[in-house]
Design a protein around this ligand. Structure first.
Ligand code: 5GP
Ligand code: MN
Length: 328
């Protein structure tokens, strides 16, 4: 069974002893990335720190309900900050941001580290960081850090952190749902997060045109043995007036099929670029498949962006999935 998040004394000291913070996360931010960033910013502000959040992309409309979502800016502040906090990803590449200036860097994340992690971060950063794929959501790490720092979690922070946990555990259904994540969720509800209000925002507020897109995408579902996949083309987005953010979680639909072990979602980004999402029901580590194509993530949920036309990317990814299934 998973242990509780262990917060390093060095990390707490570093936060206590510094004044200015820049929080960044991965591009195309999701509920965990945004919720964790905002809650961390709110907590650090309560400690009297100067805090900025920067993301390459805007907060998706579906997450605009998060309290203080306006804190998430698109650009880093001028000058050098004391501490850069890299949240819900563990490479600078995943942030899509460049030339950030900070005296120290902390990574708070739960994704599998790439093989060359040692070259990406110096020892000082790794000493202060928490990177643990056994943790359900980065929100759980932020909750533990703020609690250790003596920050009282208020209602707005609780809503952000509950959303982070809800999002990354798929509504507390996935295998990463642990006694610890449920215990943190319980404390967040006690602090004012209202489960049904947040559930409604996350799962019961699909824009009508996004539902039309889903209807079109359903028709593309195909199955071959233990794999199934769904596709969204540029034309489908244009016809329904939707954007990439409306395809969030579409990969869940091919995964629902009985007998499917690996589900894939393909989204055509340009004539020669596709976003791929991979999900496994348990037996196959899809992070390893995504890593072949320069991506990453978790063993049951991973993604990558692959150069090439849609039909070619589809063939290459499905070949890799087929091979993984054959070896399993
Ligand atoms: P999704 O398929 O929903 O985009 O992402 C599933 C998981 O894989 C998320 O945890 C996400 O952060 C991660 N992920 C998605 N795309 C990439 C990628 O290109 N590189 C890495 N390292 N992780 C990714
Ligand atoms: Mn996450």
């Amino acid at each position: 069974m998973r242990r509780a998040v262990k917060i390093k004394a060095e990390l707490l000291t570093l936060i206590k002893n510094n004044g200015s913070f820049l929080i960044v996360s991965h591009f195309n931010p999701d509920g965990d990335a945004v919720g964790s960033s905002i809650a961390l910013a709110m907590g650090l502000k309560k400690l009297g720190k100067k805090v900025h959040i920067a993301n390459r992309d805007k907060v998706p409309d579906a997450l605009a309900f998060l309290p203080s979502s306006g804190l998430v800016g698109r650009e880093a502040p001028e000058g050098v900050v004391d501490v850069l906090c890299v949240v819900d990803c563990n490479t600078m590449e995943r942030t899509g941001l460049k030339n950030l200036k900070a005296s120290k860097t902390i990574v708070m994340d739960h994704h599998i580290m790439p093989d060359n992690a040692g070259e990406l971060w110096d020892n000082d950063t790794l000493n202060h960081s928490i990177i643990d794929p056994g943790i359900s959501a980065t929100g759980e790490i932020v909750f533990s850090i703020l609690s250790e720092l003596g920050v009282v979690i208020d209602k707005d922070m609780a809503v952000n952190l509950y959303t982070a946990l809800l999002y990354d555990t798929g509504g507390f259904r996935y295998a990463n749902t642990t006694p610890e994540s449920l215990s943190v969720a319980s404390r967040l509800v006690a602090a004012g997060a209202e489960p049904w209000r947040i559930t409604k925002e996350l799962y019961e507020s699909v824009p009508y045109n996004a539902m039309k897109l889903l209807a079109a995408a359903y028709k593309t579902i195909e199955k071959d043995g233990k794999m199934a996949w769904m596709t969204v083309t540029k034309e489908m987005l244009a016809e329904t007036g939707t954007t990439a953010e409306h395809t969030e979680n579409f990969v869940d639909y091919p995964r629902k099929i009985k007998g499917v072990e690996v589900a894939v979602f393909f989204r055509e980004e340009a004539d020669d670029l596709c976003k791929v999402s991979l999900r496994s029901k348990g037996g196959i580590n899809v992070q390893k498949i995504a890593a072949i194509f320069g991506g990453g993530g978790h063993a049951p949920a991973a993604g990558c962006t692959v150069k090439g036309p849609l039909n070619e990317v589809t063939r290459r990814i499905l070949d890799a999935v087929r091979e993984a299934l054959r070896k399993s």
